[in-house]
Design a protein around this ligand. Structure first.
Ligand SMILES: [Zn+2]
Length: 316
């Protein structure tokens, strides 16, 4: 993993030509107030902020609330923030599809890029009907990026972020900050399990808008019956044969809910539900936190809200 500390070179990023060199600076010491920490997704931004807060650091979150991380394209100003960071906390495994070259630029410019998903015991992408995603395997990698839907994995991510912040700043107290946030998240994980315990074994079946629930299903004991959008991203489109197959699965199994994604409400999900009938479309917080008042303002409440919505939809 990337553990190097370093002074970043203040150079223009030729590849994008979007960033100009800061005049007169030949190097910037990291650490203390000067450490610039950027997280890509709102979920990682929240977890990193909790760790950093405890050590008196700020975190800038790149993506806005409501952005779909698969499709999010940063502005020039956001790219500039990213490549100038000392530490970038990213998900990795192909989640941030439009940020790949910017993350490379940040690395080349001396930033430490901590991609958490590859370090969290990633599992293979499982697509509809248990097949491994094939068409998009090249683009998204064969491993599933949606690690944050397992809260215990994110507890481990908090530890990793604390250790990396300590390495970048030289402030060892940040390691304990990471551990503290990890312990809080493990308590959240236990709460999620308690909420989901209401779902009877025979109802632990998920149909979702895209293949985001592999980790969730594995850790909380559900089965993913099918997904509407294939390939592990929200950006692909299903064939009519795939949709017909999914409609058949819904009829055969009698599942009563399709779980959609607030950040990317797809008309396909509604169309499928309308065609099959007798299924409820339940929107979950999948790729992004929700706005104030949504019950998903931070990562822990987002997962508790998801658990309640799933439990309500699948329990009688
Ligand atoms: Zn996704």
């Amino acid at each position: 993993m990337s553990g190097r500390t370093g002074r970043r070179r203040q150079t223009a990023v030729a590849a994008t030509a979007l960033v100009v060199a800061l005049a007169g600076c030949s190097g910037q010491a990291v650490g203390g107030d000067g450490a610039s920490v950027v997280a890509t997704t709102t979920v990682l931004g929240d977890v990193a902020r909790r760790v950093a807060d405890c050590g008196g650091l700020d975190v800038t979150t790149l993506m806005p609330i409501g952005a779909d991380p698969h499709g999010y394209a940063p502005s020039a100003a956001e790219l500039s923030t990213l490549v100038r960071a000392d530490l970038v906390v990213a998900n990795g495994l192909g989640l941030e599809e439009s940020l790949a070259s910017a993350l490379d630029s940040a690395r080349q410019d001396g930033a430490t890029v901590l991609e958490v998903a590859p370090l969290l015991d990633p599992i293979p992408m499982v697509d509809a009907h248990g097949d491994t995603g094939e068409a998009d395997a090249h683009d998204h990698g064969a491993l599933d990026p949606h690690v944050w839907l397992d809260v215990a994995r994110m507890a481990e991510a908090a530890r990793l972020i604390g250790a990396e912040l300590a390495a970048v700043t030289g402030d060892d107290a940040l390691v304990a900050c990471g551990d503290r946030v990890a312990d809080d998240l493990l308590a959240t994980d236990a709460e999620v399990r308690e909420i989901l315990a209401a779902v009877p074994p025979e109802s632990r079946l998920l149909i979702t808008d895209h293949a985001a629930f592999g980790y969730f299903a594995r850790t909380y004991d559900f089965e993913v019956l099918g997904v509407v959008v294939p390939g592990g991203s929200t950006l692909a489109e299903p064939s009519s044969a795939e949709l017909a197959g999914l409609a058949q699965i819904i009829r055969d199994t009698g599942v009563r809910a399709i779980f959609a994604n607030k950040a990317d409400t797809t008309a396909l999900v509604d169309a499928l539900a309308a065609e099959v009938g007798q299924v409820e479309v339940v929107e979950l917080y999948v790729g992004t936190l929700g706005p104030e008042g949504s019950g998903a303002e931070d990562y822990a409440t987002m997962m508790l809200t998801n658990a309640r919505l799933i439990a309500a939809a699948l329990s009688e």
